[in-house]
Design a protein around this ligand. Sequence first.
Ligand code: CMC
Length: 439
Amino acid sequence: MTATHSSANGPVFTLLDKESGHEFELPLMHASIGPDVIDMRRLYAETGCFTYDPGYTSTGSCQSRLTYIDGEAGILRHRGYPIEELAADSDFMDVCHLLLYGELPTAAEKQAFEDDITHHTMLHEQFYYFFRGFRRDSHPMAIMCAAVGALSAFYHDTTDIHSPEHRRIAAHRLIAKVPTIAAVAYKYSMGQPFVYPRNDLGYAANFLYMMYSNPCEDYVVNPVLARALDRILILHADHEQNASTSTVRLAGSSGANPYACIAAGIASLWGPAHGGANEAVLKMLGEIGNRDRIPEFLDRAKDKDDPFRLMGFGHRVYRNHDPRARILRESCHEVLEELGVKDEPLLDLAMELERIALEDDYFIDKKLFPNVDFYSGIIYRAMGIPVAMFTAMFALGRTAGWVAQWKEMIEDPAMKIGRPRQLYLGEVERHFVPLEERG
Ligand code: CMC
């Protein structure tokens, strides 16, 4: 492949087939910032070859205007706004509006948006019977996958993906109802009565209320914790084409309804290499137990014959630092201070593990740093959120990104059903052998 040059149709990459001497020109598409992409759409028609890129390490699957990441520099921006500014000065409703509609809302737009989200937080009353079918000890993510998918059985009135109004309402419903579903999943596992949402509370405060209040006593939401949770939701809101978001887009590309698509995203998020890592971090810290055992676990993480990995470390895109992890690390101290937690052994252990790992040649050479999941679990724990709920917390924030990405895809005239190809390595052709002749 040669470097770019200009043709009559703009900049192109040229592929040279050395055997035949044929040259193929592939158009280059310019990004507003970050790497340009080579437009491969005519590659097969012109060369008879597919590309091979398992894990999509070099493949752009769509055009998007939502989120920009520079992994080398540790930059994350939504619609151009740095995550540090959004986390410090905005709130989750602002960020949801920004992702869905491209702009931070005006005061009037924000009021209208928040009102609409607030008035969609309730679930259809019949929906509550659905939860009662689960085993008491069901993992909340199992309930989330099923319950979010089941929204499509209750809200048929918003499943026409070609209607902008259906898309708008479905997006708002999902952002509004996912916290209610998550809180109900938790209450069910605790054997406590389900708590209805309260319209006088903000988004994060309402979630804390639905989790922790009960009919027997007043529960007053701590505003510092509500603000900390709101910030966590902002930090998880979107992260361009990660596994769960790509799953949402692929599911949606066939025309599936948005509730089913977000359920698919939740399923993908559950894996320990993705959103399931926050739960795995806490389990790992518990297993390590004390500082003296850190070297033993680092050795295991480095051993190629041991499947163990340091959970909460490493990222496909970030090669310097994860900006979300830095913000969460600070938040962690604020939350513990607010709660009057002087000594949190797990935080001490996490910080020591981070310190030792960041000085270790293996982690330096492979550019492995703490990611967003490394500190989020410690904050959740301090807030009293059980470990099994951690990945569901990630899903609350990421629902904003999933619906915005889904909506952007449906509204993109270039949308096509997702249909990757493969490198076939199986048998070429065989003929059927009757059972009695098989040896
Ligand atoms: N501990 C030990 N070694 C690691 C780790 C780790 N956490 N992460 C990567 N490596 C090594 C890996 O063994 C490989 O070594 P080698 O080149 O010798 O084969 C090298 O680093 C590159 O790893 P990779 O698996 O090829 O990288 P990837 O981009 O495919 O995977 C990752 C990224 C996040 C899945 C991986 O770093 C990982 O499994 N981390 C632990 C799970 C985790 O914390 N996930 C949360 C990700 S951030 C939030 C989210 O997206 O949900």
